[in-house]
Design a protein around this ligand. Structure first.
Ligand SMILES: CC(C)(COP(=O)(O)OP(=O)(O)OC[C@H]1O[C@@H](n2cnc3c(N)ncnc32)[C@H](O)[C@@H]1OP(=O)(O)O)[C@@H](O)C(=O)NCCC(=O)NCCS
Length: 148
């Protein structure tokens, strides 16, 4: 099916609208939990949608020392490699920079899905930590980028 990217919108959701991303979270990550708590500082929830249908999301929040952390995100398989994750990354970085954050970070598990590692490295992120995560049976790579 040919999908026109002009039909796709990226929206900022309010905390009480977070349920709108639940079905996509469940489909991609096979869990009900989106993130452990929504009471973080400066929570940002992005939703990619076509009309009312959610096709992707990204959730992040502020940490200490000027760090904004992207906690989770995904795009439904039929809509991948259309630039949506990159668009949501850019939107979240712009919004967090405006809130005064200086560094943008996320963790990724490259053997489970290599996309976010490749995207980060291609877009000025550096690896600042790597450790084995026994729960996910994969390496957990932390990527970081300074926001100018
Ligand atoms: C990772 C994920 C969010 C990427 O979403 P996406 O909308 O397809 O990504 P984009 O189209 O914005 O990709 C931008 C760039 O990232 C890189 N990239 C993304 N997915 C890739 C893949 N599977 N393999 C290699 N490179 C990839 C490419 O450089 C791509 O640019 P290109 O298409 O011009 O080559 C999506 O594959 C997904 O939901 N995966 C399952 C959940 C997941 O792993 N989430 C991330 C946890 S950290």
């Amino acid at each position: 099916m040919e999908i026109s990217t002009t039909e796709i919108e990226i929206e900022f959701l309010k905390k009480d609208q977070i349920d709108l991303i639940k079905p996509v979270n469940r489909f991609i990550f096979n869990e009900e939990r989106i993130i452990n708590t929504t009471s973080h500082s400066d929570l940002i929830v992005l939703r990619a949608c076509i009309k009312d249908i959610t096709i992707g999301f990204k959730v992040g929040y502020g940490k200490r020392n000027g760090i904004f952390y992207s906690a989770k995100g995904g795009v439904l398989p039929n809509y991948r490699r259309m630039g949506l994750a990159k668009k949501m990354l850019d939107e979240m970085m712009d919004a967090s920079r405006l809130l005064g954050y200086t560094d943008f970070q996320y963790d990724t598990f490259p053997n489970m899905n290599k996309g976010m590692l490749i995207m980060g490295l291609n877009n000025g992120f550096s690896v600042i930590e790597a450790k084995y995560n026994a729960q996910y049976k994969d390496f957990q790579i932390t990527l970081s980028k300074k926001m100018g």
